[in-house]
Design a protein around this ligand. Structure first.
Ligand code: NAI
Ligand code: MG
Length: 330
């Protein structure tokens, strides 16, 4: 039995999470779902965006399944990633049939360092009208993220998906010290694995992810760069409605679609549940429920191919109807 802490959060989180949970229930896997609050709504009521009970429940469960927060996102999801020490943010970029994609052969994974870099949150006003943000890179965090990414590249090689290619994105020409260390550590760690390492300046890499996305396998980069690259990458495979993510640490797994609470479409029943369903698949694999994960993925592929989708993907179904189509095929 797997205990899952479910945090719907705000806006479309309240629509896409129940949709994906209904599919998880349809797999027949033994789950216990424990609902917890976080986000703007609970903040308005109590003055706290991430209640203590939610953190406690997240720590007690086998995995956390998160929807989206609104304006309190930094105090909710960024904080939760820190509390659970989920140092790797895994963002698969995959083209599915039936979706308007840049290239139908796209299938790679962005691994983003999740704990430091420019998102360490160290900002200051150092003189009148002068502000700084400190970019933190530690050898320890570099080693952890590169080992994680190299393991993933090796795994994919074993599965016959690719040949162990792994690409590091950095800016060592300008950020000579911090990204100098980042780049050197990458090659130092990669040498210990059966992988094919390469590196690019992150701005050029951003272009290659658009001009030849089908050539990538595992892309590893620092926190801010990974944030930007992954939203752009989502755009090449159908947009934010198609982008799942997993935050992985040594102790905890926190699973969430990349998108936010989408206030512009919230409450209309038209949010695309695909990103959250793909996120549920990542969670199933994390829990070693690979058979269930395969079944959900196959069902989703069929639904996408047959255009049984929400309007953003060209269909005419509601969030719930699309999830029902997936659930009945699982
Ligand atoms: P967003 O991801 O919520 O929306 C961006 C655009 O994509 C909107 O036009 C939206 O309608 C569309 N979109 C997003 N998900 C979709 C889906 N599943 N189906 C169809 N269309 C979808 O980002 P935005 O607008 O920048 O932020 C809105 C709120 O969400 C803000 O309050 C922000 O702080 C929060 N946010 C929270 C995140 C989190 O909890 N992880 C991440 C990003 C933003
Ligand atoms: Mg982002």
């Amino acid at each position: 039995m797997h205990k899952i802490c479910v945090i719907e959060g705000d806006g479309i989180g309240k629509e896409v999470v129940p949709a994906a949970v209904s599919i998880l229930k349809a797999t027949g896997v033994d789950f216990e779902f424990i609902n917890a609050d976080a986000g703007d709504e609970v903040f308005e009521k109590t003055g706290v965006a991430l209640p203590e009970e939610t953190v406690k429940s997240a720590k007690e469960c086998d995995a956390v399944f998160f929807g989206a927060a609104g304006e309190t996102a930094a105090d909710v999801i960024v904080k939760l990633r820190k509390i659970l020490n989920t140092y790797a943010n895994v963002r698969p970029v995959k083209a599915y049939k039936g979706i308007n994609c840049l290239n139908s052969d796209i299938d790679y994974i962005i691994v983003r360092e999740n704990t430091e870099g420019l998102y360490k949150g160290i900002e200051a006003e150092i003189a009148d009208g002068v502000y700084t943000a400190t970019r933190v890179i530690t050898e320890e965090a570099c080693e952890k993220i590169f080992k994680f990414a190299c393991n993933m590249a090796e795994d994919r090689k074993k599965q016959g998906i690719n040949n162990g290619e792994i690409t590091c994105g950095h800016k060592a020409n300008v950020l000579k010290l911090t990204d100098g260390v980042f780049k050197n550590k990458f090659y130092e760690v990669a040498k210990q694995y059966s992988v094919k390492p390469e590196d690019y300046y992150v701005d050029a890499l951003n272009m290659y992810l658009i001009t030849r996305p089908e050539t990538f396998n595992v892309v590893v980069t620092s926190n801010l760069f990974g944030d930007i690259l992954s939203d752009g990458a989502a755009g090449t495979v159908g947009g934010l409605g198609m982008a799942p993510s997993a935050n992985i640490g040594d102790e905890y797994g926190l699973f969430e679609p990349v998108h936010g609470s989408a206030p512009d479409i919230a409450g209309k029943g038209i949010a695309n549940p695909t990103a959250t369903i793909l996120t549920a698949i990542l969670m199933l694999r994390y829990l070693n429920e690979n058979d269930a994960a395969d079944r959900v993925e196959k069902a989703l592929e069929e639904v996408l191919e047959n255009k049984l989708t929400t309007p953003d993907l060209g269909g005419s179904l509601t969030t719930t109807q699309m999830a029902e189509e997936v659930a009945k095929r699982v």
